[in-house]
Design a protein around this ligand. Structure first.
Ligand SMILES: *[C@@H]1O[C@H](CO)[C@@H](O)[C@H](O)[C@H]1NC(C)=O
Ligand SMILES: *[C@@H]1O[C@H](CO)[C@@H](O)[C@H](O)[C@H]1NC(C)=O
Ligand SMILES: *[C@@H]1O[C@H](CO)[C@@H](O)[C@H](O)[C@H]1NC(C)=O
Length: 411
């Protein structure tokens, strides 16, 4: 490709050279300044020959890449980004740089990177890349073997699979492209070395892989990081409070329906849960597909708490209304007496026989509801555990997936 470009440039200048005399033959004098620039170019071309990609006959130049992953820090699931520190070791053979050791008895030299050909690398997923050495030096030995080390820190985008958050595991890709070359000129052979020493992390790197994706127009290699969430924090901060509130709500069902504390107890639980729920929703990431199962779990929990509170309020209201009606139908004397004593509610021993039926009806309904509620809660928990074990989710394919990198833009 590069050779072709050079040839084209050359042809363009040849064209200039041939049209020049033709035009001259018609009595037109080409500006003399045009000739020195042409000679300048040929001289520059000679000088720049070593910064063109080395040729390997008809085969592409083979470049060995070793990727040392030294740190993966700051996995941000809310922003879907990973930050990592890598060291790349690029080695290739450039015979134009070789020398005869009996003439120059030096085993190896270091050269500034811009005095020889080096590949320009671009990371497809990167939000930013910080190449730590702005002018790295390449080591060249007498046979022409070139070694170039590049250290970089980068923040890359990664589509975490958070369905099983906080027990999630995701594969994050870093795709390195040499955009100024084609696959006919350059081929990567990549290897990855795990040099991470730090384990005090929320997310740890479980595995590292490299691959050279097939059918690309631009030389490319990919490093895949498998990240595993090992944090207990989410379990302690999210699951335990949620389950405790549910248990407390179940226990609230054991309080007698007549006790006024029961409504207060249930409403307090519901309020506490609402506060917890809103902070939880902010702490969990959300996406267009495969949202964490925990979001659904906590929403079901909220519905359960609302149902149980509503039941308590409704039955207590029914009961109170029944009491009131029964009291009204009684002789006014005991009522006034009771008011004198400053007693707001009827004592169980004073409850007359007439409202006994309504009362026992409400209490029986409450007991039945309690049983149904307990069964419902237990079932929902088992259902959730089962769903957690078996559920898998396949994210929608990315819209740009079908187009290979460097392909024709589609209109
Ligand atoms: C040239 O290509 C051949 C065949 O692919 C390969 O074995 C050899 O290592 C390559 N040489 C260089 C300098 O890349
Ligand atoms: C290196 O230089 C010596 C002395 O000039 C010469 O004899 C030898 O053939 C050269 N070797 C190569 C590989 O060019
Ligand atoms: C990473 O790259 C591999 C191979 O190209 C691909 O199958 C996989 O879907 C990629 N993963 C992500 C998260 O993009």
């Amino acid at each position: 490709m590069m050779a072709l470009q050079l040839r084209l440039l050359h042809l363009a200048f040849l064209g200039l050279g041939t049209t020049g005399p033709l035009v001259q033959g018609r009595g037109f004098h080409l500006p003399t300044v045009a000739w020195p620039s042409f000679f300048d170019f040929t001289r520059r071309q000679e000088v720049q020959e070593t910064i063109q990609i080395p040729k390997n006959g008809s085969a592409p130049l083979l470049m060995d890449v070793q990727v040392f992953v030294s740190n993966v820090f700051n996995v941000d699931i809310l922003r879907y980004t990973v930050s990592s520190t890598l060291l790349l070791r690029l080695s290739w053979l450039d015979t134009r740089l070789a020398w005869n050791t009996s003439v120059r008895p030096q085993h190896a030299v270091t050269l500034p990177w811009d005095s020889l050909w080096t590949p320009g690398l671009t990371i497809q997923e990167a939000l930013w890349v910080d190449w730590q050495d702005q002018s790295p030096r390449a080591r060249v030995d007498s046979n022409g073997h070139v070694d170039l080390y590049l250290a970089l820190t980068t923040e890359t985008n990664c589509d975490f699979e958070l369905l099983h958050f906080p027990r999630d595991q995701s594969d994050c890709n870093l795709s390195f492209y040499a955009l100024s070359n084609t696959v006919l000129e350059l081929e990567f052979r990549a290897r990855v070395v795990n040099e991470i020493v730090s384990v005090k992390r929320e997310y740890v790197v479980q595995a590292l892989k490299t691959q050279v994706p097939p059918q690309q127009l631009v030389p490319c290699f990919q490093v895949t990081l498998r990240l595993q969430n090992t944090a207990l924090k989410a379990i302690i901060a999210l699951l335990v409070p949620g389950e405790t509130l549910l248990l407390a709500d179940l226990c609230g069902g054991l309080l007698p329906l007549r006790a006024t504390e029961r409504i207060a107890y249930k409403v307090t639980l519901l309020l506490g849960y609402l506060v917890f729920h809103s902070s939880l929703v902010q702490a969990l990431p959300s996406s267009s597909s495969c949202n964490p199962l925990l979001i659904y779990h906590f929403t079901v929990l909220l519905l359960l708490l609302v149902v149980s509170t509503t039941e308590t309020v409704l039955l207590a209201a029914l009961l109170a209304r029944g009491d009131l009606r029964a009291e009204n139908s009684l002789s006014p004397a005991p009522r006034r007496e009771r008011q004198d004593r400053g007693d707001p509610g009827p004592h169980p021993e004073e409850v007359p026989r007439v409202k006994g039926s309504r009362r026992s009806w409400a209490e029986a309904a409450d007991r039945i509801f309690f049983l149904v509620y307990v069964v419902g809660v237990v079932c929902s928990q088992f259902f959730f555990v089962g769903f957690w074990m078996w559920a898998t989710c396949k994210s929608h394919p990315a819209p740009g997936k079908a187009i290979p990198h460097g392909g024709q833009p589609r209109l």
